[in-house]
Ligand binder design. Structure first.
Ligand SMILES: Nc1nc2c(ncn2[C@@H]2O[C@H](COP(=O)(O)O)[C@@H](O)[C@H]2O)c(=O)[nH]1
Ligand SMILES: [Mn+2]
Length: 486
C-alpha cells in the first residue's frame, strides 16, 4: 500500500518572491502538483524548474522525499535560482559545512548552469566567505567570469585570472558628434601593431621598468577587447551627468584592454610553480607568505601596466583620429584632446573592510568595483553602454557590479551560429550594427564570435541590479575598433 505523507509547503515565485501561496503537498507526483499550484495560484505561465530554499534544484524522487513540513519551494520559468544559494544545507536549512554564502544577482538575465556550478564550487574553497555572481555571470575555464569573491587571509590567483588588471577607461573627447564616422574609421590604423614611440620614457613616467612584454604596450589584444566611440543616447540623471563633466552632445571613448602577455605570464608562473599543490581548489597564497608577497608585487605591476596600456591605446586612437603622428603623442598632448572620466580594473584583487571592520580580500573576475563612483556597463558593440552609479552600502554585492553583459554563447557556438546565419554576406552585415554603428574587425572569426547576439541582453543585466545602482546615462556606440590587419 502506498503511504501518503502530506506536507504543508509555501510555493514561491522565484522571480517575484513576494508572490507565494501555502499548499498541501502529497508524496508522489510532486512536480505536477507544484506546477499546477504555480500556474493556478502564482499565475505563472510556464513553470519549469523547482528549487528548495537553499537554491538546490529538486529533480529526483529522493529530492522530493526530503521536503519537510513548512518548507519553501521556489518555482522558476527556466531561470536560475535567485537569492542566496547555500551549498550542502540539510533539510532544516542549516549549513552542514562551513561553506560560504553564494549570492546570485540574476533574475531577468540568463545564467548558464555550468557558470552557477562553478560559482558554487568557489564557495567551498578555504577562506572564501562570500561568492557573488552578477547577471553577466558566465562559465570560465575553471572559475566563473562575472563574479567577485570575498576571501579571508589569502588570495587565489585563479579567481582573478590571467588578464590581470583588465578593465575599462572612459574619456570625454574634445570633439563634437558632427564628424563623419566613415572618415574617422579610415584614419584608424592597426592598434595591434607595436607602438614605436618612446616606450621607456612612457613606462618610467608611470613608475614601471621595461620588460620583454613591452612590444605589446599600447596594443588592444584579441577577444572582446575594444576601443569604441560613443555618443549620449539618453541622460537619466542630469545632475550627476553634469558633475561627471559630461554634456549631451559629447563624444566619449571607451577602451577595454588589460595586461596582455604580462598578466598571463604571472598566472602561468603561479600554475607552473605550484606542482602538486594545484588541485581542484586552485592555488592559494596565505597573506604575508613569501609566495603571497611575490604574487602581489607582480599583480600590482600588471595592474599598473594594464592601466598604462589603456592610456596608450587611447593616445594612439586619438592621434589617428586627429591625424597626428602616433609615435609622438604624450600624456600632456592627450590632455588637450580628452579628459579621463573613469578608469577601473575588473580583474584584480584588493583589500577592503567588511561590515564588521574585518579586512577581506576582494577578488574580482569580470566584476567592476562599486566603491569608486560611476562605472560603465557595456552590452556589446551593437548595444548600449549604461553609466551606473552604485547606491547603498554595497556589502551584500561584495563591493562590485557586472562588468558587461557577459557571453550568452561560447565563442564556438557564436562562430558556428553567426557564420551559418549570414553566410557569404557576414562581413558586410556585421560591419554595421542595428544601432547604425560601424565596426572595424578584419578577423572573420572574431567578427562572428563577438557578434552582438552572442551576448546577453544588457537591459536585463541592468534591470537585475536596479536595487543597487542608479542609471546616470545611456551611451550609444558609433564606431567600434576590434582589429585591423594593417
Ligand atoms: N560596447 C561594447 N561592449 C563590448 C564589446 N565587446 C564586448 N563587450 C562587453 O564588454 C564585456 C567585457 O568582458 P570581458 O570578460 O572580456 O572583460 C563583455 O561582457 C561585453 O558585455 C564591444 O565591442 N563594445
Ligand atoms: Mn576584460
Amino acid at each position: 500500500m502506498e503511504t501518503t505523507t502530506n506536507r504543508r509547503v509555501t510555493v514561491v515565485s522565484n522571480v517575484n518572491q513576494t508572490t507565494r501561496t501555502v499548499a498541501i503537498l502529497r508524496s508522489g507526483k510532486e512536480v505536477a502538483q507544484i506546477h499546477l499550484i504555480a500556474k493556478n495560484k502564482l499565475r505563472m505561465k510556464k513553470p519549469q524548474r523547482i528549487f528548495d530554499a537553499s537554491g538546490h534544484e529538486l529533480t529526483t524522487t529522493l529530492d522530493y522525499s526530503t521536503i519537510y513540513n513548512d518548507a519553501l519551494i521556489y518555482v522558476s520559468s527556466g531561470e536560475a535560482f535567485i537569492g542566496v544559494i547555500r551549498p550542502d544545507t540539510n533539510q532544516h536549512g542549516a549549513d552542514t559545512n562551513t561553506a560560504a554564502e553564494v549570492v546570485l544577482l540574476a533574475d531577468a538575465a540568463f545564467v548558464d548552469n555550468d557558470a552557477l556550478s562553478q560559482l558554487k564550487h568557489t564557495a567551498t574553497l578555504t577562506g572564501v566567505v562570500r561568492a557573488v555572481g552578477y547577471p553577466d555571470l558566465c562559465p570560465g575555464l575553471r572559475f566563473p567570469v562575472g563574479a567577485a569573491f570575498l576571501v579571508r587571509d589569502r588570495v587565489y590567483p585563479e579567481l582573478i585570472g590571467g588578464d590581470i588588471g583588465c578593465g575599462m577607461t572612459l574619456y570625454r573627447l574634445n570633439l563634437n558628434a558632427n564628424f563623419q564616422v566613415e572618415k574617422v574609421a579610415n584614419r584608424l590604423k592597426s592598434l595591434d601593431k607595436e607602438w614605436h614611440g618612446d616606450k621607456e620614457s612612457f613606462l618610467c613616467a608611470n613608475g614601471l621598468m621595461p620588460s620583454n612584454h613591452d612590444v605589446q604596450l599600447g596594443t588592444i589584444g584579441g577577444g572582446n577587447h575594444f576601443a569604441e566611440l560613443q555618443v549620449v543616447h539618453q541622460v537619466v540623471d542630469q545632475s550627476v551627468f553634469e558633475q561627471m563633466g559630461l554634456k549631451s552632445n559629447d563624444v566619449v571613448l571607451l577602451v577595454h584592454s588589460g595586461s596582455r602577455s604580462l598578466g598571463k605570464s604571472v598566472l602561468d608562473r603561479v600554475l607552473s610553480s605550484s606542482g602538486d599543490k594545484r588541485v581542484k581548489d586552485g592555488v592559494c597564497y596565505l597573506e604575508n607568505s613569501p609566495d603571497f608577497n611575490s604574487y602581489m608585487e607582480s599583480h600590482d605591476t600588471a595592474c599598473v601596466w594594464a592601466r598604462c596600456n589603456r592610456e596608450l591605446i587611447a593616445q594612439r586612437f586619438c592621434a589617428m583620429l586627429t591625424a597626428q603622428d602616433e609615435t609622438l603623442v604624450s600624456s600632456k598632448w592627450m590632455q588637450t584632446i580628452a579628459t579621463k572620466l573613469i578608469d577601473i580594473h575588473h580583474n584584480h584583487v584588493e583589500l577592503r573592510s567588511e561590515r564588521d571592520g574585518e579586512k577581506i580580500w576582494v577578488h574580482r573576475k569580470g566584476a567592476a568595483p562599486s566603491d569608486r563612483g560611476v562605472v560603465p556597463v557595456p552590452g556589446s558593440r551593437g548595444a548600449f553602454t549604461y553609466l551606473v552609479r552604485p547606491r547603498g552600502d554595497q556589502y551584500g554585492n561584495a563591493f562590485s557590479l557586472p562588468h558587461g553583459a557577459g557571453r550568452k554563447w561560447t565563442r564556438n557556438k557564436a562562430n558556428a551560429t553567426v557564420s551559418e546565419k549570414y553566410k557569404g554576406s557576414m562581413v558586410n552585415v556585421l560591419s554595421k550594427t542595428d544601432l547604425g554603428s560601424t565596426v572595424i574587425c578584419e578577423d572573420r572569426n572574431l567578427l562572428a564570435e563577438e557578434a552582438p547576439e552572442a551576448y546577453k541582453d544588457i537591459q536585463d543585466v541592468v534591470s537585475d541590479i536596479s536595487n543597487i545602482v542608479d542609471v546616470i546615462a545611456i551611451m550609444k556606440p558609433i564606431l567600434t575598433y576590434k582589429f585591423r590587419r594593417e
